[in-house]
Design a binder for this molecule. Structure first.
Ligand code: PMP
Length: 303
């Protein structure tokens, strides 16, 4: 089903992906004490000897920050260097996804973060379009996004993905493509692995950090981009009922990029989505380094 890149970084070495294996007694597997990154690489459409990584610095920074919650001190620079080396070793020729991961790596039981070895690995897989490019239908999840009083939402912690997984499967098993989760206050938070935006009367709205969202890097990029295109982007709480009457709704994330929402529950959204389409086209152009204004967001790696 997946084509993995042949070389992984594991236990401080570059080794064949098929040899990078952990024990069934690995601590993080039992307690969700890992944190993940996820970024895209594409062959530079203008230069086949280069790979382009979208906002590499931000992805490495976020993982280094997430690692703090595991009591693991790993610098963004170390993560960045390893990812660059990983790409050179793999020589990818198609679009791919990189998964760097930090975790409690000792064998044994008892949840804790002190007095336990931490480790870091990186692997990759080929990844084209993540889901239907035309758009997705969404169910409002019966599962709520975690709250920061009981979960470190400013990190991308692996344990959080039980909620995403429950929500996604609930949506798919009831005939939808994707889930939209409310937060514990009943305001819109995000999708199972993407942030959310709505458009009403030409203005763009998105939930702020206080709505328990993940600090999405695509979200940050879309907000800057939309502002540069002259749109007003407002972070504020969004009610569930606003989703149903919005002019446009779209999701965004590294894997799916900018993804239109076609329907939420039994409410069909308008077929014309001019702002989503504009942002989507611009965003794709930026990730392919076709827009000099945003060159800083695209990190080239020479193979
Ligand atoms: N929310 C969640 C729960 C996610 O897993 C992701 C994907 N990393 C996002 C939002 C979007 O974040 P990003 O744009 O950084 O990929």
């Amino acid at each position: 089903m997946y084509n993995f890149l042949p070389i992984a970084y594991f236990e401080d070495n570059f080794i064949p992906f098929s040899d990078a294996k952990i024990s069934i007694a690995t601590h993080a597997l039992h307690y969700g004490t890992g944190a993940l990154g996820g970024l895209r690489g594409i062959p530079d459409p203008q230069d086949s000897t280069r790979i382009l990584l979208f906002r590499l610095d931000r992805h490495c920074q976020r993982l280094s920050t997430s690692a703090k919650f595991l009591h693991y001190d790993i610098s963004a620079e170390k993560i960045e260097e390893t990812i660059i080396e990983f790409i050179k070793k793999n020589q990818p020729s198609t679009s791919f996804y990189i998964r760097p991961f930090v975790y409690t790596a000792d064998l044994g039981i008892a949840p804790r973060l002190h007095s336990i070895k931490k480790d870091f690995f990186v692997y990759g897989l080929e990844l084209g379009e993540y889901s239907s490019p035309t758009g997705v239908t969404c169910r409002i999840s019966s599962w709520y996004r975690q709250t920061d009083v009981s979960f470190p939402l400013r990190g991308k912690i692996s344990a959080a993905y039980i909620t995403s997984s429950l929500a996604k499967t609930e949506a798919v098993e009831s005939g939808f493509d994707e889930a939209i989760l409310m937060n514990s206050q009943g305001k819109v938070s995000e999708a199972s692995g993407m942030n959310i935006f709505i458009v009403r009367n030409g203005q763009i709205f998105t939930p702020g950090f206080e709505q328990d969202i993940l600090e999405g890097i695509t979200r940050d990029s879309v907000m800057k981009l939309a502002g540069d295109l002259g749109f007003k982007v407002i972070e504020r709480p969004i009610d569930k009922s606003e989703l149903f009457i919005a002019d446009e709704v779209f999701l965004c994330g590294t894997a799916a990029k900018v993804l239109p929402v076609l329907q939420i529950e039994n409410f069909k959204l308008p077929e014309s989505r001019p702002i989503t389409e504009k942002l989507r086209d611009k965003f794709t152009a930026i990730t392919e380094n076709r827009d000099p204004k945003y060159q800083d967001w695209v990190f080239p790696v020479s193979l």
